[in-house]
Design a protein around this ligand. Structure first.
Ligand SMILES: *Cc1c(COP(=O)(O)O)cnc(C)c1O
Length: 375
């Protein structure tokens, strides 16, 4: 293989955007308003316009975004929040942190998002929110989920959009398709900064105000603490970096979609490997490019030997994790989630991945012999 293949190439992106990123950072260093500086408001305005909602609140991370959303909704002990066990731990973690119970509903194996058909059976009088995850960069079935929530007394829906910023659902943007949308700017996410960061989106003025206050220790004004909050501010330097990166984000999203399409095309020649399905009317930003294979562990090992890095998102469903198995309630069988944890692997994915590299990766995958036991 020619060049070393990176799983995610953050340095290539920095090299491409270096002048504007450096200039933006220098401005912050010069003006000296390091906490809640002017870049925060500027970024929030641009992101709200991008998503198409009234309010964006910049926060310290994707995890903090989810936590603040739950706190603003007043969710706590005795309450239940319906979500998926096949996600990064942060989704369930914040539910447990506010004292509520995560209720796990199985996924659809085709796209690995929560199966909307199974949600209604999990609703009880204690259900205070539904938290679908837009996994791998593709929205869950938000209209179906919103309709169920509306039928049951307008249960708030929080989209965990940490992996899907920039994706569309029936023409609308991820983060703007439910009561609250939460995203992450962790460096490897579709819109990443150079440290930790996140944002919350909503059209609800009251919730937006509550979340702004919770972000700064529950202050309605300086040293007036009307509610319990957190130290959840977005860093000004990270906001500056994101402002520079937003200038080319549309191009990066287009590149991600083109690279995803090319993977799908190349994978048609590889039996035994099933890519995540992109549902009609949705676009995926391929936060991860993930495939399912019955011979996952062998394929991961072989690809690794040939210099192709892979990752498993995620090897253990949350209902089986020590931290959550006693803290959760399980609704129905979670067999698809378990199957996914045994079969998924993510291939290198970033907007600067070349066609040659993709061909090399699929070549190695084709030779890995996983077709012997077709999926
Ligand atoms: C990354 C991620 C988070 C957490 O975001 P951080 O910014 O790392 O706190 C939450 N949920 C999902 C699905 C994620 O992928």
């Amino acid at each position: 293989m020619s060049d070393k293949i990176e799983f995610i190439d953050l340095k290539a992106q920095y090299r491409a955007l270096k002048p504007s990123i450096d200039a933006r950072i220098a401005q912050v260093l010069e003006h000296g308003r390091y906490i809640m500086g002017p870049e925060i408001g500027e970024l929030e305005e641009r992101l709200a316009a991008y998503v198409g909602v009234r309010h964006c609140i910049g926060v310290a991370s994707g995890t903090e975004a989810l936590l603040i959303a739950l706190m603003a909704l007043g969710i706590g002990p005795g309450d239940e929040v319906i979500t998926t066990p096949f996600t990064f731990a942060a989704t369930a973690e914040v539910i447990v942190l506010v004292g509520a119970t995560p209720v796990f509903v199985d996924i659809d194996l085709a796209d690995c998002n929560i199966d909307a058909n199974l949600i209604e059976a999990a609703i009880t009088p204690r259900t205070k929110a539904i938290m679908p995850v837009s996994l791998y960069g593709q929205c869950a079935d938000m209209d179906a989920i919103n309709a169920i929530a509306a039928r049951h007394g307008d249960i708030p829906v929080i989209e965990d959009a940490a992996q899907s910023f920039g994706a569309t659902y029936k023409g609308r943007r991820s983060c703007g398709v439910s009561t609250i949308g939460c995203t992450s700017f962790f460096p490897s996410k579709p819109l990443g900064c150079y440290g930790d960061g996140g944002a919350i989106f909503t059209d609800d003025d009251g919730l937006a105000q509550a979340m702004r206050e919770i972000r700064v220790h529950g202050q309605s004004k300086r040293y007036q603490h009307d509610r319990v909050g957190v130290g959840g501010r977005l860093d000004t330097i990270q906001a500056a970096i994101l402002l520079a990166k937003l200038d080319t984000f549309d191009e990066e999203v287009a590149a991600r979609i083109a690279i995803g399409d090319r993977y799908l095309e190349l994978l048609r020649e590889v039996p035994g490997v099933t890519p995540i399905r992109v549902v009609p009317d949705r676009t995926s930003v391929w936060g991860q490019f993930t495939v399912l294979s019955h011979n996952r562990d062998a394929a991961v090992a072989l690809l690794g030997e040939q210099g192709v890095p892979t990752a498993v998102h995620y090897p253990i469903p949350l209902d089986r994790q020590p931290a959550y198995k006693d803290a959760c309630r399980v609704s129905g069988k979670l067999e698809h989630s378990l199957k996914a944890s045994q079969q998924v692997m993510s291939l290198p994915m970033h907007p600067y991945l070349t066609e040659d590299a993709q061909r090399d990766i699929i070549d190695v995958l084709g030779k890995a012999g996983i077709s012997a036991r077709a999926a």
